[in-house]
Design a protein around this ligand. Structure first.
Ligand code: XIL
Length: 479
């Protein structure tokens, strides 16, 4: 199922830089955002100090959106391909390997100094039709060839592979998955064979089994536990277990830590590999506070288990998450909202990791929450400049007592500065004067609410920020 073309998500990117330093949530969610005024660091800095990985699943077709790497680069020290290393992506036709997407992820990991996690060599989904059509002996050969080729390709780069994903039945009773072609045609032994094949291809990479609904102690996790135990006893290579962690709001299992610990006690590393906490939409302050508590608990559980290597979220931003497509009426499952702004869950994770960082990337001093007397708006302007180009993110807060419907923001450029194009607003320039008018969908800014727009521009070598701003003709304070 294509998850990449989500409806209604075509708005241009906002730069995380701007969104980060705010103390209010975006328009429509009138609750307090985590205070970003504390220590300026990032999740990856905090996690690294604790010897842990904080990861995200990368969707390769989103990496060109400026805000996406802007947040990802700074906040995470591990990356996994959301889809690009699955069988149908890398070997869509038998024997013809296509590394386009997987290389994007691997190269991104290299370029940004992140650990690369491999997901996944064998899964009953994301499997091209030709695999299922093979008779058993050819399937075995194809499986071995696929594993060997993919592991060889990324040898020395991938730190750990999910060798088999979701081997156990959806019904949770601990039986093997009946709808896996590998299980059907090769029988129970295919998992050990897959692990042994991967080990032969790369003696150093960690080899993991990954599954869901195994986060608590129960029939399914018992089955996984017993399998790992038997592998350890018989010398089948197994280094790690991944618990996916696709949680329902408020339902992080109370025995998550104990469960992680019992796996770790078998002599394998453990990690939460696909964390999200889905929320019935629309999200509100209460739900996001519960979600923050859920994220905190997951991290606390991991931190309490020495062999828990870290936590990876399944995606980066609520703007692009698999949840709305796969779980009707649910969404808002990640730490960054649809505008890449950090949510209470972000702050909760930062706190669990021992800090209270300014969200990524580092931004100017946040504006005070109390506006100056008589001033009805606050404008925060955050440029991101290079040689003679720049983008700027502009955030407007309505500090007045009533909602604004229809807005126009004005400011003046310095010599040499020019607007090229804007997003989330119509941005025009006449001489030095720049005017940004609302788009149809963001005309209303509630009392206390905020709205953001951005633009790309050019400059002559120096790129000063405008000093004064107006909203509908009245002066705002600069935040
Ligand atoms: C999901 C992706 O997020 C979607 O984009 C794709 O359409 C289907 O797969 N467990 C896993 C992941 O192990 O690979 C799944 O990823 C989510 C559930």
């Amino acid at each position: 199922m294509p998850i990449h073309d989500l409806p209604g998500r075509t708005r241009p990117a906002l730069l995380a830089a701007t969104l980060a330093a705010t103390t209010l949530l975006g328009v429509g969610i009138g609750i307090s955002r985590p205070d970003a005024a504390d220590a300026a660091t990032s999740l990856k800095t905090l996690a690294a100090a604790k010897g842990r990985d904080v990861g995200f699943a990368l969707a390769v077709d989103r990496i060109t959106e400026p805000a996406y790497p802007a947040v990802a680069d700074n906040e995470f020290n591990l990356v996994v391909a959301e889809n690009a290393m699955k069988w149908d992506s890398v070997e869509p036709v038998q024997g013809q390997f296509r590394w386009t997407g997987s290389d994007v992820v691997a190269d991104y990991a290299t370029a940004t100094g992140k650990k690369l996690y491999g997901h996944t060599l064998l899964w009953h989904q994301a499997l091209p039709g030709w695999v299922a059509a093979l008779p058993a002996d050819q399937l075995r050969a194809a499986m071995r060839h696929h594993i060997t080729t993919v592991v060889d390709k990324y040898e020395g780069r991938v730190a750990a592979w999910d060798v088999v994903n979701e081997a156990f039945s959806d019904n949770g009773d601990g039986s093997r998955r009946g709808d896996s072609v590998f299980q059907q045609k090769l029988g129970d032994g295919y998992i050990a064979e897959a692990l042994t094949t991967a080990r032969a291809a790369d003696p150093d990479v960690d080899l993991c089994l990954n599954d869901y609904s195994v986060e608590w102690v129960g029939a399914k996790s018992d089955a996984l536990y017993n399998l790992v135990k038997s592998f350890k006893a018989t010398g089948v290579p197994i280094d790690c277990v991944g618990l996916q962690g696709h949680f329902v709001l408020g339902q992080v299992p109370g025995d998550l830590q104990a469960n992680l610990q019992r796996f770790a006690d078998l002599g394998v590393d453990v990690r939460i590999t696909e964390l999200d906490v889905r929320v019935p939409v629309p999200a509100d302050a209460t739900k996001l506070a519960q979600q923050a508590s859920d994220y905190r608990r997951v991290w606390q559980a991991c931190l309490a288990v020495t062999r828990c290597r870290g936590v990876t979220t399944w995606g980066l931003t609520d703007r692009y998450s698999w949840i709305p497509e796969f779980f009707a009426g649910q969404g808002a499952a990640l730490m960054f909202d649809e505008n890449y702004a950090p949510k209470p869950a972000y702050q909760a994770v930062a706190e669990a990791l021992g800090g209270a960082p300014t969200p990524s990337p580092t931004t100017p001093t946040p504006s005070p929450t109390t506006p100056a007397p008589g001033v009805g708006c606050t404008v925060t302007y955050v440029p991101n400049s290079w040689n003679t180009g720049f983008t700027a993110e502009v955030r407007i807060r309505n500090d007045g007592p009533t909602a604004i419907t229809g807005w126009s923001v004005g400011f003046a450029f310095s010599t040499g500065q020019a607007v090229t194009n804007g997003w989330n607003a119509t941005v025009s320039q006449a001489g030095a004067q720049v005017t940004a008018r609302n788009a149809a969908w963001n005309a209303t800014v509630p009392a206390g609410g905020t709205v953001s727009f951005g633009f790309q521009g050019t400059h002559g070598g120096v790129n000063p920020s405008p000093a004064a701003f107006t909203l509908n003709g009245s002066a705002c304070r600069a935040g």
